[in-house]
Design a protein around this ligand. Structure first.
Ligand code: BG6
Ligand code: MG
Length: 215
């Protein structure tokens, strides 16, 4: 029996990847190398500091830890200049409708995101009140594909992992859900998210009825 849905944020409820891209690209240019949209794919679902390492690997440079932290902070300030101006019309199609439908059926809702900016984004999108629990990058120590973020979400909601369905757009997120013993709906394409129990192109393709068929 499904009692809870756990949602990743970036790429599932909102498309923040383009803001991350602009900010990482500006940093790469400052450091003297190119960073493409294809490179940006590698950063999806990945923590900020791991993203920093991948970016520097692409540029073929390395810095001491302190310098990397300073650069990541600067990138984050640039990124925040975009997300602090986000509007509810940036919520991806179908998200609000699906969450409302779940609530009507007494399904609990949690966020499970690697982002330390999740609360800012939820507030800007006026979505905060819909979530019974928020587990974000400030509350976890192990990054996806480790299941920590989703297990903490289930615990906060008072449900067992096998009563949860996770919605994820990143391969590492799908792996995290499966490692946690949860069902997973991939948001994207089966080529990348083939291990999920179901793959849809967006939450607009979801319904309570489809969710119920997962059990
Ligand atoms: C994930 C994004 O949700 O959050 C990643 O998919 C991002 O691209 C990560 O790096 C960390 O985000 P933030 O907001 O803490 O820098
Ligand atoms: Mg994501």
């Amino acid at each position: 029996m499904i009692k809870a849905c756990l949602f990743d944020l970036d790429g599932v409820i909102v498309d923040t990847a383009r803001y991350h891209f602009i900010a990482w690209k500006a940093l790469a240019e400052e450091l003297g190398f190119e960073f493409t949209e294809k490179d940006n794919e590698r950063l999806k679902g990945v923590s900020r500091m791991r993203s920093m390492d991948i970016l520097l690997e692409i540029g073929g440079i390395d810095f001491p830890r302190e310098k990397k932290e300073e650069l990541a902070t600067r990138k984050n300030e640039h990124y925040r200049s975009f997300i602090t101006k986000m509007e509810p019309n940036e919520i991806l199609p179908g998200s609000t409708e699906f969450i409302k439908e779940l609530k009507k059926h007494n399904i609990k809702i949690a966020l499970g995101s690697a982002s330390k900016n999740a609360m800012t984004i939820l507030d800007r999108l006026q979505l905060t009140d819909w979530f019974d629990a928020v587990i974000d990058g400030t509350k976890v120590s192990k990054a996806k594909p480790d299941p920590e973020v989703f297990l903490k979400g289930a615990e906060a909601l008072g449900v067992s992992p096998n009563e949860c369905v996770v919605f994820e757009d990143a391969e590492a997120g799908v792996e995290a859900a499966l490692a946690g013993g949860m069902k997973c709906v991939g948001i994207g394409t089966p080529e990348i998210l083939g291990n999920a129990h179901l793959v849809v192109s967006g939450l607009h393709e979801m319904s309570f009825e489809k969710l119920s068929r997962l059990q």
